[in-house]
Design a protein around this ligand. Structure first.
Ligand SMILES: NC(=O)c1ccc[n+]([C@@H]2O[C@H](COP(=O)([O-])OP(=O)(O)OC[C@H]3O[C@@H](n4cnc5c(N)ncnc54)[C@H](OP(=O)(O)O)[C@@H]3O)[C@@H](O)[C@H]2O)c1
Length: 254
Protein backbone atom coordinates (compact mmCIF):
# COMPACT_ATOMS: atom_id res chain seq x y z
CA UNK A 1 0.00 0.00 0.00
CA UNK A 2 1.49 3.32 -1.02
CA UNK A 3 -1.01 6.20 -1.15
CA UNK A 4 -3.70 7.10 1.38
CA UNK A 5 -6.45 9.70 1.68
CA UNK A 6 -7.80 10.63 5.10
CA UNK A 7 -10.79 12.96 5.37
CA UNK A 8 -11.38 14.99 8.52
CA UNK A 9 -7.61 15.18 8.89
CA UNK A 10 -7.47 18.78 10.19
CA UNK A 11 -8.10 17.62 13.77
CA UNK A 12 -8.90 14.75 16.11
CA UNK A 13 -8.94 11.13 14.98
CA UNK A 14 -8.22 11.89 11.31
CA UNK A 15 -5.20 14.07 12.09
CA UNK A 16 -3.63 11.46 14.39
CA UNK A 17 -4.33 8.64 11.96
CA UNK A 18 -2.78 10.62 9.07
CA UNK A 19 0.35 11.14 11.20
CA UNK A 20 0.62 7.39 11.87
CA UNK A 21 0.12 6.45 8.22
CA UNK A 22 2.78 8.94 7.12
CA UNK A 23 5.16 7.67 9.82
CA UNK A 24 4.97 4.17 8.38
CA UNK A 25 5.82 5.40 4.91
CA UNK A 26 2.53 6.04 3.15
CA UNK A 27 2.12 9.14 1.01
CA UNK A 28 -0.91 10.80 2.61
CA UNK A 29 -3.49 13.32 1.40
CA UNK A 30 -5.01 15.12 4.37
CA UNK A 31 -8.48 16.43 3.51
CA UNK A 32 -10.79 18.84 5.37
CA UNK A 33 -12.16 22.38 5.06
CA UNK A 34 -9.69 24.24 7.32
CA UNK A 35 -6.74 24.70 4.98
CA UNK A 36 -4.56 26.52 7.51
CA UNK A 37 -4.64 23.53 9.89
CA UNK A 38 -3.95 21.09 7.05
CA UNK A 39 -0.98 23.17 5.84
CA UNK A 40 0.63 23.18 9.29
CA UNK A 41 0.29 19.40 9.64
CA UNK A 42 1.46 18.69 6.10
CA UNK A 43 4.55 20.85 6.69
CA UNK A 44 5.28 18.97 9.95
CA UNK A 45 4.95 15.55 8.29
CA UNK A 46 7.15 16.57 5.37
CA UNK A 47 9.74 18.11 7.71
CA UNK A 48 9.88 14.80 9.60
CA UNK A 49 10.72 12.96 6.35
CA UNK A 50 7.21 11.85 5.40
CA UNK A 51 5.23 12.69 2.28
CA UNK A 52 1.94 14.55 2.73
CA UNK A 53 -0.37 16.88 0.83
CA UNK A 54 -3.27 19.11 1.86
CA UNK A 55 -6.60 18.77 0.07
CA UNK A 56 -9.35 21.27 0.77
CA UNK A 57 -12.58 19.29 0.64
CA UNK A 58 -16.08 19.96 1.92
CA UNK A 59 -17.98 16.68 2.04
CA UNK A 60 -21.30 18.51 2.36
CA UNK A 61 -21.04 19.04 -1.43
CA UNK A 62 -21.16 15.37 -2.50
CA UNK A 63 -21.20 15.83 -6.28
CA UNK A 64 -18.07 17.95 -6.10
CA UNK A 65 -16.46 15.43 -3.72
CA UNK A 66 -17.02 12.60 -6.22
CA UNK A 67 -15.54 14.71 -9.02
CA UNK A 68 -12.57 16.00 -6.99
CA UNK A 69 -11.59 12.62 -5.57
CA UNK A 70 -11.98 10.85 -8.91
CA UNK A 71 -9.66 13.44 -10.44
CA UNK A 72 -7.19 13.09 -7.58
CA UNK A 73 -7.07 9.31 -8.04
CA UNK A 74 -6.45 9.69 -11.78
CA UNK A 75 -3.77 12.36 -11.36
CA UNK A 76 -1.68 10.66 -8.67
CA UNK A 77 -1.78 7.17 -10.14
CA UNK A 78 -4.27 5.66 -7.69
CA UNK A 79 -5.10 5.97 -4.01
CA UNK A 80 -4.71 2.59 -2.26
CA UNK A 81 -6.33 3.42 1.08
CA UNK A 82 -9.31 5.73 1.66
CA UNK A 83 -10.37 6.64 5.19
CA UNK A 84 -13.80 8.33 5.27
CA UNK A 85 -13.45 9.85 8.72
CA UNK A 86 -14.81 13.40 8.34
CA UNK A 87 -18.03 13.87 10.22
CA UNK A 88 -20.31 16.29 11.94
CA UNK A 89 -20.15 15.40 15.64
CA UNK A 90 -19.94 17.22 18.99
CA UNK A 91 -22.71 19.49 20.26
CA UNK A 92 -24.56 19.56 16.93
CA UNK A 93 -24.68 15.78 16.93
CA UNK A 94 -26.28 15.64 20.39
CA UNK A 95 -29.26 17.99 20.27
CA UNK A 96 -32.41 16.50 21.83
CA UNK A 97 -34.86 15.76 19.03
CA UNK A 98 -37.57 18.19 20.27
CA UNK A 99 -35.00 21.01 20.02
CA UNK A 100 -33.50 19.98 16.67
CA UNK A 101 -33.95 22.42 13.80
CA UNK A 102 -34.48 20.84 10.39
CA UNK A 103 -31.06 22.20 9.36
CA UNK A 104 -29.42 20.10 12.11
CA UNK A 105 -31.17 16.89 11.03
CA UNK A 106 -30.47 17.58 7.36
CA UNK A 107 -26.78 18.43 7.87
CA UNK A 108 -26.07 15.42 10.11
CA UNK A 109 -27.56 12.97 7.63
CA UNK A 110 -26.13 14.82 4.65
CA UNK A 111 -22.54 15.06 5.90
CA UNK A 112 -22.23 11.82 7.88
CA UNK A 113 -24.02 9.53 5.42
CA UNK A 114 -24.15 11.13 1.95
CA UNK A 115 -20.78 12.89 2.35
CA UNK A 116 -19.10 9.67 3.49
CA UNK A 117 -20.65 7.65 0.64
CA UNK A 118 -19.48 10.34 -1.81
CA UNK A 119 -15.95 10.03 -0.39
CA UNK A 120 -15.89 6.30 -1.02
CA UNK A 121 -17.80 6.08 -4.29
CA UNK A 122 -15.24 7.38 -6.83
CA UNK A 123 -12.67 4.83 -5.67
CA UNK A 124 -14.81 1.71 -6.10
CA UNK A 125 -14.63 1.41 -9.88
CA UNK A 126 -11.01 2.57 -9.94
CA UNK A 127 -9.88 0.11 -7.25
CA UNK A 128 -11.78 -2.68 -9.03
CA UNK A 129 -9.87 -1.89 -12.22
CA UNK A 130 -6.59 -2.08 -10.30
CA UNK A 131 -7.72 -5.27 -8.55
CA UNK A 132 -6.95 -4.00 -5.05
CA UNK A 133 -7.75 -1.27 -2.55
CA UNK A 134 -8.89 -0.62 0.98
CA UNK A 135 -11.93 1.44 2.04
CA UNK A 136 -12.28 2.46 5.69
CA UNK A 137 -15.23 4.23 7.30
CA UNK A 138 -15.20 5.83 10.73
CA UNK A 139 -18.73 5.23 11.95
CA UNK A 140 -19.60 5.11 15.66
CA UNK A 141 -20.70 2.84 18.46
CA UNK A 142 -23.93 4.86 18.28
CA UNK A 143 -24.67 2.82 15.13
CA UNK A 144 -24.97 -0.23 17.41
CA UNK A 145 -27.76 1.08 19.60
CA UNK A 146 -30.29 3.92 19.29
CA UNK A 147 -29.73 6.48 22.05
CA UNK A 148 -31.49 9.64 23.19
CA UNK A 149 -30.17 12.97 21.80
CA UNK A 150 -28.61 11.26 18.81
CA UNK A 151 -31.42 10.31 16.43
CA UNK A 152 -29.99 12.05 13.32
CA UNK A 153 -26.33 11.45 14.29
CA UNK A 154 -26.97 7.76 15.02
CA UNK A 155 -29.09 7.35 11.90
CA UNK A 156 -26.29 8.76 9.73
CA UNK A 157 -23.70 6.49 11.35
CA UNK A 158 -25.98 3.41 11.24
CA UNK A 159 -26.56 4.14 7.55
CA UNK A 160 -22.82 4.39 6.96
CA UNK A 161 -22.17 1.10 8.77
CA UNK A 162 -24.94 -0.63 6.80
CA UNK A 163 -23.54 0.73 3.54
CA UNK A 164 -20.03 -0.46 4.36
CA UNK A 165 -21.15 -3.87 5.59
CA UNK A 166 -22.97 -4.44 2.31
CA UNK A 167 -19.95 -3.06 0.41
CA UNK A 168 -17.68 -5.51 2.22
CA UNK A 169 -19.87 -8.45 1.18
CA UNK A 170 -19.84 -7.27 -2.42
CA UNK A 171 -16.31 -6.00 -2.83
CA UNK A 172 -13.97 -8.10 -0.66
CA UNK A 173 -14.29 -11.07 -3.02
CA UNK A 174 -13.27 -8.71 -5.85
CA UNK A 175 -10.09 -7.52 -4.13
CA UNK A 176 -11.26 -4.44 -2.20
CA UNK A 177 -11.12 -4.71 1.59
CA UNK A 178 -13.61 -2.76 3.69
CA UNK A 179 -13.01 -1.84 7.33
CA UNK A 180 -15.62 -0.28 9.60
CA UNK A 181 -14.61 1.48 12.82
CA UNK A 182 -17.01 2.01 15.72
CA UNK A 183 -15.29 4.30 18.22
CA UNK A 184 -16.82 4.84 21.65
CA UNK A 185 -15.98 8.18 23.26
CA UNK A 186 -12.66 9.61 22.09
CA UNK A 187 -11.05 12.74 23.55
CA UNK A 188 -11.23 15.23 20.68
CA UNK A 189 -12.73 18.67 20.00
CA UNK A 190 -16.04 16.90 19.36
CA UNK A 191 -16.26 15.36 22.83
CA UNK A 192 -14.85 18.55 24.42
CA UNK A 193 -18.07 20.23 23.21
CA UNK A 194 -20.13 17.60 25.04
CA UNK A 195 -18.50 18.05 28.46
CA UNK A 196 -21.24 18.46 31.07
CA UNK A 197 -24.01 17.68 28.55
CA UNK A 198 -23.94 13.90 28.69
CA UNK A 199 -22.00 11.14 30.47
CA UNK A 200 -19.08 9.87 28.37
CA UNK A 201 -17.87 6.63 29.95
CA UNK A 202 -14.67 4.79 28.96
CA UNK A 203 -13.26 7.81 27.09
CA UNK A 204 -10.08 6.91 25.18
CA UNK A 205 -7.20 9.23 24.18
CA UNK A 206 -7.21 10.17 20.50
CA UNK A 207 -3.69 8.75 19.99
CA UNK A 208 -4.92 5.36 21.22
CA UNK A 209 -7.93 5.45 18.88
CA UNK A 210 -5.68 6.30 15.93
CA UNK A 211 -3.41 3.38 16.85
CA UNK A 212 -6.41 1.02 16.99
CA UNK A 213 -7.58 2.16 13.55
CA UNK A 214 -4.08 1.84 12.12
CA UNK A 215 -3.84 -1.74 13.41
CA UNK A 216 -7.29 -2.52 11.95
CA UNK A 217 -6.03 -1.19 8.60
CA UNK A 218 -2.86 -3.27 8.72
CA UNK A 219 -4.84 -6.40 9.62
CA UNK A 220 -7.60 -5.54 7.12
CA UNK A 221 -10.22 -6.15 9.81
CA UNK A 222 -13.95 -5.98 8.95
CA UNK A 223 -15.39 -4.17 11.98
CA UNK A 224 -13.59 -2.88 15.04
CA UNK A 225 -15.30 -1.49 18.13
CA UNK A 226 -13.12 0.40 20.60
CA UNK A 227 -13.14 0.38 23.53
CA UNK A 228 -14.62 -3.12 23.38
CA UNK A 229 -16.69 -2.54 26.53
CA UNK A 230 -18.64 0.28 24.81
CA UNK A 231 -19.40 -1.96 21.83
CA UNK A 232 -20.44 -4.77 24.16
CA UNK A 233 -22.75 -2.57 26.27
CA UNK A 234 -24.27 -0.93 23.18
CA UNK A 235 -25.04 -4.25 21.50
CA UNK A 236 -26.34 -5.80 24.71
CA UNK A 237 -28.64 -2.82 25.28
CA UNK A 238 -29.91 -2.89 21.69
CA UNK A 239 -30.70 -6.58 22.12
CA UNK A 240 -32.99 -5.96 25.13
CA UNK A 241 -36.76 -5.72 24.58
CA UNK A 242 -37.72 -2.11 23.91
CA UNK A 243 -39.78 -1.75 27.14
CA UNK A 244 -36.60 -2.47 29.15
CA UNK A 245 -34.16 -0.74 26.85
CA UNK A 246 -35.89 2.66 26.44
CA UNK A 247 -35.95 3.65 30.14
CA UNK A 248 -32.30 2.55 30.57
CA UNK A 249 -31.25 4.66 27.60
CA UNK A 250 -33.26 7.68 28.79
CA UNK A 251 -31.69 7.44 32.26
CA UNK A 252 -28.12 7.14 31.03
CA UNK A 253 -28.17 9.66 28.15
CA UNK A 254 -27.97 12.78 30.33
N1 LIG B 1 -14.74 11.73 19.25
C1 LIG B 1 -15.59 10.73 19.46
O1 LIG B 1 -15.92 10.38 20.61
C2 LIG B 1 -16.15 9.96 18.29
C3 LIG B 1 -16.89 8.81 18.57
C4 LIG B 1 -17.44 8.09 17.51
C5 LIG B 1 -17.23 8.50 16.21
N2 LIG B 1 -16.52 9.64 15.97
C6 LIG B 1 -16.35 10.04 14.58
O2 LIG B 1 -14.99 10.26 14.31
C7 LIG B 1 -14.86 11.18 13.23
C8 LIG B 1 -13.83 12.25 13.61
O3 LIG B 1 -14.33 12.99 14.70
P1 LIG B 1 -13.39 13.63 15.82
O4 LIG B 1 -13.87 13.14 17.13
O5 LIG B 1 -11.96 13.48 15.44
O6 LIG B 1 -13.87 15.15 15.75
P2 LIG B 1 -13.15 16.48 15.22
O7 LIG B 1 -11.84 16.66 15.87
O8 LIG B 1 -14.19 17.55 15.36
O9 LIG B 1 -12.89 16.18 13.68
C9 LIG B 1 -13.88 16.23 12.73
C10 LIG B 1 -13.18 16.35 11.39
O10 LIG B 1 -14.17 16.29 10.36
C11 LIG B 1 -13.94 17.37 9.48
N3 LIG B 1 -15.20 17.79 8.87
C12 LIG B 1 -16.36 18.13 9.50
N4 LIG B 1 -17.28 18.51 8.59
C13 LIG B 1 -16.69 18.41 7.37
C14 LIG B 1 -17.10 18.69 6.05
N5 LIG B 1 -18.32 19.16 5.77
N6 LIG B 1 -16.23 18.47 5.03
C15 LIG B 1 -14.98 18.00 5.28
N7 LIG B 1 -14.53 17.75 6.51
C16 LIG B 1 -15.36 17.95 7.54
C17 LIG B 1 -13.33 18.46 10.32
O11 LIG B 1 -12.50 19.31 9.53
P3 LIG B 1 -12.86 20.80 9.04
O12 LIG B 1 -13.71 21.43 10.11
O13 LIG B 1 -11.51 21.43 8.88
O14 LIG B 1 -13.57 20.60 7.74
C18 LIG B 1 -12.44 17.65 11.26
O15 LIG B 1 -11.18 17.43 10.67
C19 LIG B 1 -16.27 11.74 12.97
O16 LIG B 1 -16.83 11.08 11.87
C20 LIG B 1 -17.02 11.37 14.24
O17 LIG B 1 -18.41 11.22 14.02
C21 LIG B 1 -15.98 10.37 16.97
Amino acid sequence: MRRALVTGASSGIGLHLARRLAARGLEVWLAARRKELLDVEVAAINAAGGKAHALVLDISDPDRVVETLGRLDDEVGGIDLVVANAGLAGARGAIPLPKCEWADVRDLLHVNLIGSAATIHPFISRMLKRGHGHLVGVSSVSADCPIARAAPYGAGKAGLTFYLEAADIELRALGIDVTIIHPGFVKTAATDELQGMAPMPFMVPVEKMAAVIDRAIIKRRRLVRHPWIMGFVARLTAWLPRFLMAPIIRKTSG
